[in-house]
Design a protein around this ligand. Structure first.
Ligand code: ADP
Ligand code: MG
Length: 257
């Protein structure tokens, strides 16, 4: 059975896509069969996996509206070593079109059920809003991974997100749990970052992953080469952190039921 995780944070630019792409590549390196689902119409995870979003005949959009299945729409990321259910701008239309569908929040969940035995991990990259697309991500998943920057407003946004997860757990998906919080784009020279990081550990304890992803320019450069940072420069500090994160996640899961 595949473990399905959604990488979520209602803020934009906090490292969701970077985390999804690099975790997928790290898990692939560790020998795990991995599918990345791009649920953001911006298609950044698709491009960052080396798949040109402009040339796609079939995407996650077609899967959500029932025009094809996951196997038909998914592609190999040659650079990443995982498969991708890609997205492009067309996906923005799904938001409106799905409103008329039955069980519109569980379309992705149903579609993924068909490939459940083909993967060890499914990672879902979400857009920065609580849209029907994100709701599909939350309903399909067993767990949430929250990447966050250690800055002043981070804790405030976090309590909103934790409440959202509680509501989804209560109303839509009783399987959903918070797997953990990942500190990303971390700058240890900033006192504020150190303070917020310490507060996070106080409030969330074990839910804070031990791995900290530093701010690292190689991670930001990699997408323009169509490669995950983990592949683009495996020796960089950012890549090493994401590989360590993959290992930590697997280790953490071994303690869950
Ligand atoms: P989101 O998906 O949450 O909008 P992204 O993953 O696209 O966020 O990251 C936003 C920007 O920050 C991108 O330009 C990305 O390359 C850059 N970035 C993400 N993580 C890091 C990091 N650890 N170090 C440096 N730049 C990063
Ligand atoms: Mg993104």
């Amino acid at each position: 059975m595949a473990r399905i995780f959604v990488v979520a944070n209602q803020k934009g630019g906090v490292g969701k896509t970077t985390t999804t792409v690099n975790l997928a590549a790290a898990l692939a390196r560790l020998g795990k069969r991995t599918l990345l689902v791009d649920l953001d119409p911006q298609g950044n995870a698709t491009m960052g996996s080396g798949i040109d979003k402009r040339t796609l005949q079939r995407t996650v959009y077609h899967v959500l509206i029932g025009m094809c299945d996951v196997a038909e729409a998914s592609r190999v990321s040659e650079s990443g070593g995982y498969r991708v259910l890609p997205a492009n701008r067309e996906l923005a239309g799904a938001e409106v079109e799905l409103v008329d569908f039955d069980e519109r929040e569980t379309r992705l969940k149903s579609a993924l059920a068909a490939v459940d035995d083909q993967y060890d991990f499914v990672l879902i990259d979400c857009p920065p809003s609580l849209s029907l697309l994100t709701l599909n991500g939350f309903c399909a998943a067993h767990g949430v991974i929250i990447p966050m920057q250690c800055e002043y407003y981070a804790l405030e946004g976090l309590s909103d997100l934790v409440n959202t997860i509680k509501k989804i757990h209560a109303n839509f998906n009783t399987d959903l749990t918070l797997i953990g919080l990942l500190r990303v784009m971390f700058d240890p020279r900033m006192t504020l970052a150190q303070q917020v990081s310490a507060q996070l550990e106080q409030h969330f304890g074990d839910k804070v992953f031990k791995t900290i992803v530093p701010r690292n320019v190689r991670l930001a450069e990699a997408p323009s080469y169509g490669q995950p940072g983990v592949v683009f420069d495996p020796t960089s500090k950012g890549a090493k952190a994401y590989i360590q994160f993959g290992e930590e996640l697997i280790e953490r899961l071994s303690h869950l039921p």
